[in-house]
Design a protein around this ligand. Structure first.
Ligand code: F6P
Length: 531
């Protein structure tokens, strides 16, 4: 018998019926009908306000979505996640990023062992190191203080630290400057290294596996650069540390155990910035800021754990995403921070959401017959207004949007900052109400749903809360769609083929005709170094 899919369930079909009624519903009418709609559909968590009133929903929509969540056993799944049960079933392990922000008196057991103790041991190892580097006790090979930290990593070992360091740059002091090298083409390294002084530069090689080609090729280049400058390979331990879940690989690469900041298999790459992968954050902003980030995420975890589903922000984020995509037929999801320093947030969330939810086979191995993870993209909202908003306003396909707006200007000119606030509010309203008129070219249909996250300020704590809310949203959607959000087998095929092609490039003057005619043709031209 074919396995039952969620689309066959009563709760799903209820929602389908409801969607045919809500599909034609205008958001502006919903606001006219209920002047308290904002109060009804907004929730505050610490310094973050979640306003979902501009979504095409009614109270009964939420009731029906919550019924779907209950049918999918979401409350129990949340408990299992937080308890460290092996929900990453294809890789037979837990997904315990929440344990990374735990308080030291809490306990989360994996195989009878309290991992919170390990987490705090590494946190204090990080704290000591950060103090020594920032305090000038850890010095380079000529005895000078470290002034520049370079993170070498890719994917989850790059995007999180980079996003946070850029987001909070206005709070950074002058002690350490931070740089990120990720691209496999060596271009980042070629841009950044000549501007740095090897005597005062510290590299953090960040890689869960410590085998990723992108990272290891850049780390090798940096090691050569440092060795040539110092004239001695023995200086490497003064200038390189590692954040990794494979300490043996890092030792084999040449690092002593005390230079290795470990984390664990049960931390997924895209969920890892709370682990030692966050070391560059702590080096750049100080350990206190990193701990504030963790605390903000911890608050989101407690909220996720304890709030009833209908008042639970990440649950609502996830369910509304399902509603927009599977029931209202909207494609994609756009992340629009109105804060220039959040310019890396959308790339971060692209990995978090798309690597987690880009799956089409259920936990039972059945092919889904419904859409799963949306295509996520975004950019700084005020800049995107001059780029891709046209499509969102008047294109045949729009996409649900998340606006993210800090109230505090974070050091920017307060008067000028009013422009950002005005633009953010204006856009979410314009998308919602649209514009009528005779002239079809100037008409805006409106009825484009959005959510606004209002932050009292762009602080480490609020950023931690916000990111953890998105993490939990992803989990909620995976439970509804019955997929595993913690594996990423989809990235492996490309890596394998790249290895083969790389061998061709290294070993053969003219490549064998073993691929399709396009790949062979391109390889031939490349080998000839001319078109
Ligand atoms: O290729 C995808 C991926 O495996 C991501 O999941 C991960 O964040 C990234 O590569 C980097 O992996 P690592 O930290 O092991 O170098």
């Amino acid at each position: 018998m074919a396995s039952q899919l969620v689309t066959d369930s009563g709760a799903w079909q209820e929602l389908q019926g409801h969607a045919s009624e809500m599909g034609g519903q205008q958001l502006r009418d919903l606001f006219d009908q209920d002047p308290d709609r904002f109060d009804l559909f907004s929730i505050q968590l610490d310094g973050v306000l979640f306003d979902y009133s501009k979504q095409r929903i009614k109270p009964e929509t939420i009731d029906k979505l919550v019924a779907l969540a209950n049918q999918q056993d979401l409350p129990e799944k949340i408990r299992q996640l937080l308890r460290g049960e092996p929900l990453n079933s294809t890789e037979e392990r837990a997904a315990l990023h929440t344990a990374l922000r735990s308080h030291s008196d809490e306990s989360v057991e994996v195989g009878g062992h309290n991992v919170v103790d390990d987490v705090h041991a590494v946190r204090s190892q990080m704290g000591d190191f950060v103090e020594r580097v920032r305090g000038g006790q850890w010095r380079g090979f000529t005895g000078r203080k470290i002034t520049d930290v370079v993170n070498i990593g890719v994917g989850g070992s790059d995007l999180g630290p980079k996003m946070v360091c850029r987001a909070l740059r206005s709070q950074a002091d002058e002690v350490i400057d931070i740089h990120f090298i990720s691209s496999i083409d060596g271009a980042h390294a070629a841009d950044i290294l000549p501007r740095l002084d090897p005597e005062t530069t510290l590299f953090v090689v960040s890689s869960k596996t410590f085998t990723t080609a992108d990272t290891m090729s850049n780390a090798a280049a940096a090691r050569v650069w440092m060795t040539l400058a110092a004239g001695d390979v023995k200086v490497i331990p003064r200038h390189f540390v590692a954040a990794t879940a494979d300490s043996a690989e890092a030792e084999a690469w040449g690092l002593p155990a005390e230079n290795i900041f470990p984390f664990w298999e049960w931390v997924g790459g895209r969920y890892s910035m709370w682990s030692s992968i966050g070391l560059p954050i702590a080096l750049y902003l100080g350990m206190e800021a990193f701990e504030e980030l963790l605390e903000g995420a911890w608050l989101a975890d407690r909220h996720f754990e304890s709030e009833p589903l209908e008042r639970n922000i990440p649950v609502l984020m996830g369910l509304i995403g399902v509603w927009n995509s599977n029931f209202l037929g909207m494609a994609g999801h756009v992340v629009l921070p109105y804060a220039a320093h959040l310019n890396h947030l959308s790339s971060y969330l692209e990995q978090l959401e798309m690597e987690s939810l880009g799956k089409s086979v259920t936990l039972d191995g059945a092919r889904v017959n419904y859409d799963t993870g949306p295509i996520v993209w975004g950019g700084v909202g005020s800049n995107a207004q001059h780029a891709f908003y046209q499509l969102l306003h008047q294109g045949t396909r729009s996409a649900p949007m998340d606006f993210i707006l800090p109230i505090d200007p974070a050091g920017a000119d307060a008067d000028q900052y009013q422009l950002t606030i005005a633009n953010c509010l204006a856009q979410s309203r314009a998308f919602m109400v649209g514009q009528e008129g005779e002239d079809p070219y100037h008409r805006h249909e409106g009825n484009r749903p959005s959510t606004t996250f209002l932050l009292d300020a762009l602080t480490p704590r609020n950023l931690g809360t916000l990111v953890a809310l998105y993490e939990h949203k992803v989990f909620v959607q995976s439970v509804i769609w019955e997929i595993n959000p913690f594996d990423q087998f989809g990235v492996e095929l490309g890596k394998r083929v790249a290895d083969q092609v790389h061998q061709e490039l290294l070993n053969h003057d003219s490549p064998p005709e073993r691929y399709d005619s396009s790949t062979n043709g391109l390889l031939n031209r490349i080998q000839r170094r001319t078109l």
